[in-house]
Design a protein around this ligand. Sequence first.
Ligand code: UD1
Length: 321
Amino acid sequence: MTQTFLVTGAAGFIGSHSVEWLLARNQRVVGVDNLRTGRLENLEVARSSRAFEWVLADACDEAVMRALFEQHRFAGVLHLAALVSVPESFREPALNYRLNLAAADCIARLCLEFKCKRLVFASSAAVYGTYATLPNQESAIPQPQSPYAAAKLAAEVMLLGYAASYALEAVCLRYFNVYGPRQDPSSPYSGVLSIFTDRFQGGLPAIVYGDGEQTRDFISVRDVARANGEALIQTHAMADCYNVCTGCGISLNQVLTVYRGLFPDAPPDEYTTARIGDIRHSRGNPEKLRNILGFSAQIPFKQGLHELVLGERAANSEIRA
Ligand code: UD1
């Protein structure tokens, strides 16, 4: 059945892949983005589809968003619009509050007003904090250690409070380390794989903070887009928080071995002091989302990294060879 979904943050890294997933399943999408960090180029594929409507707007602009809800009667909302940089949330706490908490509240209230039952919210593994036991389990007591993580957690609490009070199916997805095409490498705090890819492609060495034995639960943006889409579409998804992760930890040194295969002539990696506050190991438990949606990550790390560096088609033939 074809339905219409609202995606906020549609021009972002995760947003644009999620929009494409929905369009490929014959759904109609209204994509909103203020282009603060999103890029219109990311929507090139989506904008060639008649099932996609592009709206340049801020998800916090209640009047504009209300007009969209009035016009479309959405079957579900994927709310990805956010202030995405943790360091920026320290510098601009008021903006962090507006973009990461107030916007989610505004969208949730519009869902209630217009009887749009399903709201999928982009949360983050950052809510667990540095000292959580591994693998991170949704039942753990969250320990946010940045304004960013605090706002994501507060938004989860608001949305689940609405879910308990009204008929809102708020599905909060805690993303782990997402990587893939269209991730912006331009800040030192960008995702490490976007930075490494950018440097290797420019003939520069990777710079490793620490000994490279720190591990992360890296998940491909294509798997994340599928998790978002399933959470929107599947009728039996229940209001709660869910990890979006693979369940596997991969060290930076293992990551660099895969890069070596792709860039055999790259200069030697450079090791420098570890970042203050860096987490040593991060890994999620994927069981809860698997139980509710049947979702598990399908793209093995090596394939995902090949796709990032070579593009999807080239990566498939390279891996088969
Ligand atoms: C992620 C968030 C970060 C947040 C943290 C806590 C992303 C992109 N970052 O950080 O904002 O504060 O979770 O929840 O989601 N590294 C290098 N060389 C580089 C870049 C990074 O060695 O050029 C290292 C980092 O020191 C870190 C690892 O790579 O040990 C991963 O870094 P990053 O991609 O920033 O992710 P997180 O540290 O998990």
